[in-house]
Design a protein around this ligand. Sequence first.
Ligand code: GRF
Length: 200
Amino acid sequence: KRSAILISGRGSNMISLIAAAKAADFPAEIALVLSNLPDAGGLARAAEAGIAIAAVDHRPFGRDREAFERAMDEVLRVNQIELVVLAGFMRVLTPWFVTRWQGRLINIHPSLLPLFRGTHTHRQALDAGVGEHGCSVHFVVPELDAGPVIAQAKVPVLPGDDEDALSARVLEQEHKLYPLALAEVASGRAVLAGDAVIRR
Ligand code: GRF
């Protein structure tokens, strides 16, 4: 499956996906890395890795999110993309885009969903005093961070943890989890059916 990774930042998950997709039997090809920020650090790293890159700056579109997404969608279409992989992409997507890519759009979120949606998930976990935290890969649905979970990885919360220590522990798991989950979706082993994930 021709896949695009959408990023806004440093792109460490993107790098782990690119590395995994190099295996001959990996069911997804990273055909494009697309950013809403032309100077995102991850874009340069993708180019160094030999991946086609593109940027659609959201700022000229102002509040018109759908116009921004139509511009992104056009880039995805031109590149014949079949699967969209969000990896630290920091724009909320409208129902228009999400519906258009339904079942072919996945995201990684740094918490054990349904716990701790939104931002500052490691702070939320520390404040809540949970003993266990982690990350989730999920199909994207219109409601933010509410899509059905494809795979999760857990880490312990240790005494003395601060946000940095906890996020580093989770990130290490993200880098392992996301390639596994992408492979399941790209191979058709995990499929979105309504608001559930079906395994074949
Ligand atoms: C990751 O923690 C991801 O779960 C979250 O944003 C971060 C992106 O990091 N959505 P990176 O750009 O992949 O390094």
